[in-house]
Design a protein around this ligand. Structure first.
Ligand code: HEC
Length: 479
């Protein structure tokens, strides 16, 4: 369409027949913001780069994009924008792509480069498409804190809420979305489910439902990681056969990372939209975490160990320290069709890279003997849930005796801006040795939390979603 219009313009301007133009005449047609570039920037950038968004400047107007054009290309070429940690590297490329992968295609990247090379023209003003909607459809329930939290605006803050989804008989979650109250401060949200029982009672006694509490130095409570959300994320929606069990009387714990936006804010009230169903699914979602090995045999020796006994220690001022762990999957009981559905890599502030792969004794069905499960640059600010883009019956399978191999890398030098951040948090001015730990900003972790699809047991007469559903063998096998 655009080319036709330009063709006509040329025709009028030169008073000549289009046939008489040199064959590459249309190649001189300039790409423009409104006709070519804005739709791409809207799709990939504007959800954050808009007024009131998490990004520090907007990219919604032509002038914004023109003035930031070179910076945009630099960030896109580095793979830093849009922020997305998944990597495909020669030694570790997962077999499937990811659901809702926000990265630009090669064609889109080239389009942006060509536009800049051609002078970043404005074009004919036209409506700019809205960024893709992130709303969840079919919401059945929204859980909201009763008291908001006013972020100080000058530092990172980690605040948790216990939320009550009021599911006395339990339900099945098939969709979930986080709705930030003040989008420019809500940097990421981790949602866990905590089952009914003593631990939940103690938590609620200490932290009443709906009230914010500081969780910067504790590990987030919960039995099951349901989702990790970052700004601009599409809603989590499970495929037809799969659902996340919301057990009877379970609570949700929402951890919010508030980002320093430079100014103090009115209280933020972030809610969680849920789509629940009472229909009994064929498959249910559970989680299994591998990592955080503190000793041999799971923790392997590394060149920075001080003795021949492997230790999880990231030496001060070491720019490229690696810890390598291997876990053998134990007895999964009567679960026969255990498949990995998603991956949540998890490290703390100073991590730079995390990868996980599986080694099976032999190829099995459609599964190769060895495959990369997840691989990426770690950035604490941009953690998220990665969901395999593949049918459930083709997802990577796991059985007893398989080996899960996890490797994490850290940069513990002042070159790493996150080291500076961690040190500032602690009032320190030089890097220190870092060990495995659960809380403070100078503890580290190396964990792959996999979302796992397992066959759901047949529906009980009462259709109650309760603790009898927990695949206890699976939980043991991966501890
Ligand atoms: C998920 C939210 C999000 C999306 C999507 C996103 N950005 Fe950003 N962008 C940010 C944030 C937040 C920052 C501030 C730096 C940081 O926190 O990493 C930023 C910073 C930048 C910067 C400045 C970086 C620097 O150090 O100079 C550029 C340029 C940029 N983004 C371009 C883009 C472009 C181009 C796209 C789309 C292709 C995009 N961003 C998509 C959130 C986002």
């Amino acid at each position: 369409m655009r080319q036709t219009l330009l063709g006509l313009a040329l025709l009028t301007a030169c008073g000549t027949d289009i046939q008489a133009l040199p064959p590459d005449a249309t190649a001189t047609a300039k790409l423009t913001w409104f006709q070519d570039v804005a739709p791409v920037v809207s799709k990939h950038c504007m959800s954050c780069h808009q007024d009131g968004g998490i990004a520090p400047f907007a990219l919604t107007a032509y002038e914004d994009a023109r003035d930031n054009a070179q910076r945009m290309l630099v960030q896109i070429d580095k793979g830093a924008m849009p922020p997305y940690g998944a990597l495909e590297e020669p030694d570790c490329t997962p077999r499937f792509g990811w659901v809702d992968d926000p990265r630009l295609s090669a064609t889109e990247k080239k389009l942006l480069h060509d536009w800049v090379d051609q002078g970043a023209a404005k074009g004919i003003e036209a409506p700019v498409p809205q960024p893709p909607s992130t709303a969840l459809s079919g919401i059945t329930k929204t859980v909201t804190p009763t008291t908001g939290f006013a972020a100080k605006g000058d530092r990172d803050e980690f605040v948790c809420y216990v939320l009550d989804p009021q599911a006395a008989n339990g339900a099945w979650i098939t969709g979930l979305q986080v709705r930030p109250g003040i989008p420019d401060v809500v940097h990421h949200v981790v949602l866990t489910e905590i089952f009914a029982g003593t631990t939940q009672d103690q938590l609620v006694a200490a932290h009443p439902v709906g009230q914010p509490f500081d969780c910067s130095t504790i590990q987030q409570p919960g039995d099951l990681v349901v989702n990790i959300w970052t700004p601009g994320n599409q809603p989590m929606e499970t495929p037809n056969d799969l659902a996340v069990p919301l057990l009877a009387n379970a609570k949700l714990v929402m951890q919010i990372h508030y980002h320093p936006a430079g100014i103090a804010h009115a209280p933020d009230v972030t809610s969680v939209d849920l789509r629940t169903s009472l229909a009994w699914p064929k498959k249910m979602y559970f989680v299994g975490a591998f990592g955080n090995a503190i000793a041999a045999p799971q923790l392997l020796p590394d060149p920075d160990d001080r003795t021949s006994t492997p230790e999880f220690r990231i030496p001060a001022n070491k720019a490229d320290h690696t810890e390598h762990m291997r876990f053998t999957v134990g007895d999964l009981g009567n679960l026969t069709n255990v498949r990995l559905y998603s991956a949540n890599p998890h490290m703390h502030l100073i991590g730079t890279h995390i990868s996980g792969s599986i080694e099976r004794p032999a190829p099995r069905g459609g599964d190769p003997q060895k495959e990369c499960l997840a691989n990426g640059n770690w950035n604490f600010d941009w953690q998220r849930t990665y969901i395999y883009n593949a049918p459930l019956d083709q997802l990577p399978s796991v059985q007893q005796g398989d080996i899960i191999d996890i490797q994490c890398k850290w940069d513990n030098t002042l070159e790493n801006p996150f080291v500076q951040r961690a040190l500032a948090d602690q009032g320190l001015n030089a890097p220190i040795d870092i060990a495995l730990g659960e809380g403070g900003s100078t503890d580290e972790m190396c964990l792959e939390i996999f979302g796992i699809a397992v066959d759901a047991p047949p529906p009980p007469a009462a259709m109650r979603v309760d603790q009898s559903l927990i695949p206890s063998k699976l939980v043991e096998a991966i501890r």
